[in-house]
Design a protein around this ligand. Sequence first.
Ligand SMILES: Cc1cc2nc3c(=O)[nH]c(=O)nc-3n(C[C@H](O)[C@H](O)[C@H](O)COP(=O)(O)OP(=O)(O)OC[C@H]3O[C@@H](n4cnc5c(N)ncnc54)[C@H](O)[C@@H]3O)c2cc1C
Length: 395
Amino acid sequence: MPYHTTDIVISGGGIAGLTATCAFAQAGYSVVCVDPKPPVTDGNDPTADLRSTAFLQPARNTLRNAGLWDQLERFAMPLETMRLADAGGTQNEIRAVADFNASEISDEPFAWNLTNWLLSRELVNAIENLPNAALITGQISGRITTRTDQNLVMVGDQQYRCRLLIGADGRNSTTRAAMGIDVKTWRYGQKALAFAVTHTEPHENISTEIHRTGGPFTTVPLPDQDGKHRSSIIWMETSANATALQQLDTDAFNIALNARSCGILGEMTLATRRNLWPIIAQKAENLHAQRYALIAEAAHVIPPIGAQGLNMSLADMQSLLALTDTHDLGSDAHLKAYEKARKSDIDLRIRGVDALNRAAMAQSENLRDLRLKGLSALHGLGPLRKSIMKKGLGA
Ligand SMILES: Cc1cc2nc3c(=O)[nH]c(=O)nc-3n(C[C@H](O)[C@H](O)[C@H](O)COP(=O)(O)OP(=O)(O)OC[C@H]3O[C@@H](n4cnc5c(N)ncnc54)[C@H](O)[C@@H]3O)c2cc1C
């Protein structure tokens, strides 16, 4: 059988898999990334991922080490303030606001926001320019045979022999299942609508999360376009409400949108399609098997609150890569050290985001009032506020 030898095979060419390909190739490893679907790199394609990702400071550093930041920075919108707003009273209006300013803990912004389809485009371009990286699309990473010194991975009718197979093939990872790693899943009966809007007031580099019922409504700053202010929106709701909102005609949707946004950015107008994402939390029981490491959504899924999801994924790949300084790539010692380095941080963030999401979903007025008191208490204490901001950044 024809075979190829490479240091690393990455199963999955989502944003995590593509970024990991660049990061490991930039560090000198030969990398083959495999995905059945070619990444969608045009924002007008009906299947384009319209979400945006706010890269927190540590994730930006990972992108910088992977040689990607110089190219990405020009498209990124800095995020200076995270604002939590409570609109859980009887009227749909803001009754309390808590600001978390990056300047309290750092001389840099919290994060830099980039749209996902644009990220895919830039990552694919970067891989094309790396001589030791390749992206194979139209094929899955199929049958895996594990050996102590290498894993054999079938890609179509070709065999790839690698020192490390990385599972970055998403929440329903087939390589994870093939390696016999179970997952624990939490369901919330929620979905998120993702779309972009134009608005009449500038966002001033503030990302706002408005809490009422059903889940948070979050605005994330985007660069202005054609003289109009723009933001991307994640609107979480019960599954039934989210589906109904997606089906509204544009005029009716704009009315609902402006009611839910409480006018924080002036008048908002829908500027793109509305994509619907089911919300779950999920955790893999282990992060490794023989010459196999799980990263990103294949390892952990959380509701989109506090810009943690992909940032955790970048922390995974940063840790897996950094540990090759002291361990042989793909060895048992390397993968055990990786699991040890990441497990408690992943557990902490899954628990924290789960608690925040349940608080944000509160239906009863009493619970909403309790949430309001919690927000005021948490924000009023300076040291606690700063410690939360640092934890949010991954400190
Ligand atoms: C509404 C929403 C908003 C979000 N906002 C943020 C945010 O602001 N900040 C943040 O940090 N995170 C955010 N996240 C999380 C973030 O978007 C995800 O973590 C990220 O997109 C998932 O990337 P991934 O590469 O792990 O998985 P996916 O994007 O699911 O990619 C997996 C890839 O694997 C491929 N694949 C599947 N099976 C195989 C196989 N057998 N062989 C090869 N390939 C295979 C698939 O085709 C797919 O391309 C958000 C999530 C949601 C739902």
